[in-house]
Design a protein around this ligand. Structure first.
Ligand SMILES: C[S@@+](CC[C@H](N)C(=O)[O-])C[C@H]1O[C@@H](n2cnc3c(N)ncnc32)[C@H](O)[C@@H]1O
Length: 470
């Protein structure tokens, strides 16, 4: 394959590793596992590097693709103003609660956890005894019935929860419903704890895409406790909220702390021009990871009747959209000139032409949409930044049908077209994951093996553009 050259950029591993794994043990960050979330250490070192001497009272950190709020939490803990956009309402809920828990009534929260523990304990004892005694038929007949029902529009190939687990889940939702009127914040903490744990006692599993357990060679879950994982999660949340309140003072609030559950492309509706000092973010990678599908259960179970509309909207408004959305469309054109990228897309378009939806043309449409959205992203971002501000954007390279896209370098080029100064720093020279997309969906084409890496694209809005115009 022809080698294409890109402008030379400085590369030095001076930022911390952005991998998420250490977040699994960190206060607040450990509440929800999020694919491609990045590490608190990476964000902390980035904030230190660019805002080390800034006055937190007047500086604001933005994450346009906030996920479960890693950037927002690290900025908030340092008393900076912070704002995030996140199209997935489950992730946005997590990000919002991680900030809102600074004003949580801890004693009431603890009491609500203890009551749930006791009540669900009784439900589980009865459920398990009846299920053991009567097996799969009629075991529910003499048990009290929950008022909650499964979300109407939610379908799954295998039953999402086994019958006794479903019974326990519905009683959990009854309890959360009762909390809503008295203390919506506490009710939301329970909803999040349920959303964060539900796949664990379901017949589905993350591998890292969501699939049925039998599909991954795992047995169905005949029965399991819902109470234990939910209470463990809530206890974690209580401890972390207490720590945050000790650190910042209960109710402490920077000038701005907001999570918008909407597309960043609509940011000008809610952010003032030239209001942002630093951006730390990682947009979806060019690997077609389908966030909406992979969080379908949480969206349905937590957002009920709105789920179908939310999922449709996520599908169309997601950065880069998805291969499934654009593969059958006529060829999509690049919105900006980039010779190297144009040649690569043309080469991709020509791969395996007879393979219908799986041909290179579909993948070329996907990659084109992705880079068009990058162009749109930088144009929306530009006016929001103060002159002198930086944006640190973590991305990974990708292989589509054996053709490598150095997303970091292409992003840097596109950002330069918008007016930014841009450089690239490789932050992880090898990473695991499935950004290799071959002739099937995830299979590797023989002979095509380029190392996967992650890089930070570092943008600077020079102070010589004081009017913020492009
Ligand atoms: C790589 S993840 C970011 C994870 C984040 N760094 C963290 O630590 O949790 C990318 C996120 O972008 C979100 N997203 C995709 N398109 C978006 C859009 N147009 N506006 C806002 N968020 C979007 C996805 O839902 C996903 O959560």
């Amino acid at each position: 394959m022809q080698q294409l050259t890109f402008p030379d950029v400085g590369e030095a591993a001076v930022l911390a590793d952005p991998a998420f794994s250490s977040n699994k043990r960190r206060p607040l960050h450990r509440w929800v596992n999020w694919i491609a979330g990045f590490s608190a250490d990476f964000v902390a070192s980035t904030i230190e590097r660019y805002l080390g001497s800034a006055d937190p009272a007047s500086a604001c950190v933005l994450d346009p693709f906030a996920g479960v709020g890693t950037t927002l939490v690290e900025a908030f803990r340092r008393r900076f103003g912070t704002v995030g956009f996140e199209i997935n309402p489950f992730a946005a809920l997590a990000a919002r609660l991680k900030l809102a828990c600074v004003r949580l009534d801890l004693a009431r929260f603890e009491a609500a956890i203890a009551t749930y523990d006791r009540l669900l304990g009784e439900v589980e004892t009865e459920t398990d005894a009846a299920y053991r005694a009567n097996g799969s038929t009629d075991w529910e007949a003499r048990l009290p019935q929950p008022a909650s029902a499964p979300p109407r529009a939610f379908r799954s190939r295998v039953p999402f929860f086994s019958p006794p687990v479903l019974h326990k889940v519905l009683f959990t939702l009854d309890y959360v419903g009762g909390l809503r009127e008295g203390d919506p914040l506490i009710a939301d903490m329970f909803r999040l704890a349920f959303g964060a744990t539900m796949v664990g006692y379901s017949n589905y599993t993350y591998e890292p895409s969501l699939g049925s357990r039998p599909g991954s060679g795992k047995a169905l879950i005949d029965n399991a406790s819902v109470r234990l994982p939910v209470v463990a999660k809530l206890s974690e949340m209580l401890a972390d909220a207490a720590e945050l309140q000790t650190m910042l003072g209960r109710g402490a609030q920077p000038a701005l702390a907001a999570v918008h559950a909407m597309s960043f492309f609509r940011a000008p509706e809610c952010l003032r021009p030239q209001s942002i000092d630093l951006v730390v973010t990682s947009p979806p990678y060019l690997n077609n990871y389908h966030y909406p599908r992979n969080t379908r259960p949480q969206v349905h179970w937590l957002f009920g009747d709105h789920a179908a509309r939310i999922l449709r909207q996520m599908e169309t408004e997601s950065f880069g959209t998805f291969w499934q959305t654009v593969r059958d469309l006529p060829p999509i054109a690049l919105h900006m000139p980039h010779a190297g990228l144009g040649e690569r897309l043309a080469a991709l378009r020509d791969v395996s032409p007879g393979r219908g939806a799986y041909s290179g043309a579909g993948w070329a449409n996907y990659a084109t949409t992705y880079f068009n959205d990058a162009y749109r992203f930088f144009r929306v971002l530009w006016p929001l930044l103060k002159p002198g501000a930086h944006a640190v954007i973590v991305v990974g390279n990708s292989l589509l049908k054996g053709i490598e896209f150095q997303v970091d370098r292409i992003f840097a080029d596109i950002a330069r077209m918008v007016g930014f100064d841009a450089a690239v720093e490789v932050v992880r020279s090898s990473r695991v994951g499935s950004s290799i997309v071959g002739t099937g969906l995830r299979s590797k084409p023989r002979g095509a093996r380029a190392a996967l890496y992650e890089a930070a694209v570092i943008l600077h809005k020079s102070a010589s553009h004081p009017d913020g115009s492009v």
